[in-house]
Design a protein around this ligand. Structure first.
Ligand SMILES: C[S@@+](CC[C@H](N)C(=O)[O-])C[C@H]1O[C@@H](n2cnc3c(N)ncnc32)[C@H](O)[C@@H]1O
Length: 244
């Protein structure tokens, strides 16, 4: 896989099994409920819309949803689903893409901010999100909290999926100087093994808050999850709400 090619995600082959892969891990209903409340009836832009896991249920709730995604393969999966062909999607890099209007809510789910290659691209993304916000609009970012204590000599092997019919193991390598994590997930099922490499330029919540400030946004909320659980020293992920 080329380093941080924005089109690479779906090209790895993951688009074919994406929806099924983490189905039991994600609380999609809870996420959609929270996003709909944050949108408060206004139009929504999802950066990295993927297969429409979140976008389609938001449309079902009567919201107008647009998307940006660089992967033809992921967007094709969205298009195959009922209603998926009616969501306007710009196929481009979400750090720069122009969706052509403003929104009450712009969001990035599931660590997708870390798919951008470096701090500059992530700042560009915050600025781009801010550019797309209506005057009191919100930008919401879901991401994990880097846990470098997991690593020994900057490497770790960890189980991810542990179902009877499907398991996956991830190898991860850390570059603490560049805040880079390179992972490969090996999925074993149906008598085959698939390898899905991914690169992450990780950042702690405080760095994301500073990116927001650079983009003239301020932090309104930070929760540990979409249920709005309090964010604490033990939280391994966060949902952060920024506002103009
Ligand atoms: C982990 S998936 C998340 C999909 C969806 N948001 C969800 O929650 O199920 C990340 C998505 O972001 C897209 N993506 C990654 N980097 C991108 C970039 N720089 N520009 C546009 N899309 C990107 C990938 O193609 C993929 O569809």
């Amino acid at each position: 896989m080329a380093d941080f090619d924005p089109t690479a995600y779906g090209a790895s082959g993951i688009a074919d099994e994406y929806d099924d892969l983490y189905a039991e891990h994600w609380e999609t209903d809870v996420t959609v409920e929270c996003l709909a409340e944050l949108a408060n009836g206004g139009p929504v832009l999802e950066l990295g819309i993927g297969t429409g896991r979140l976008a389609l249920p938001l449309v079902e709730r009567g919201l107008e949803v647009h998307g940006v995604d660089a992967s033809d393969e992921m967007v094709s999966k969205l298009r195959e689903k009922p209603g998926g062909d009616r969501i306007p999607v710009v196929v481009a890099d979400f750090a720069k893409a122009d969706a052509g209007r403003d929104f009450a809510l712009v969001f990035l789910a599931v660590n997708t901010i870390f798919a951008l290659p470096d701090q500059q691209a992530q700042v560009d993304c915050f600025r781009n999100a801010a550019r797309h916000l209506a005057p009191s609009g919100r930008f919401v970012v879901e991401a994990w909290v880097p846990d470098v204590g997991d690593f020994r000599h900057n490497r770790v092997v960890r189980p991810r999926i542990t179902r009877p019919e499907r398991i996956s193991i991830e190898t991860a390598e850390l570059d603490p100087v560049e805040q880079m994590m390179r992972t490969t997930q090996a999925i074993f099922s149906n008598g085959s093994v698939r390898l899905y490499p991914a690169n992450h330029r990780y950042a702690w919540p405080a760095e994301l808050d500073l990116m927001a400030q650079v983009a003239n946004l301020h932090k309104e909320e930070r929760w540990a999850d979409w249920r709005r659980s309090p964010f604490t020293a033990d939280s391994r992920a966060h949902v952060s709400v920024y506002r103009r």
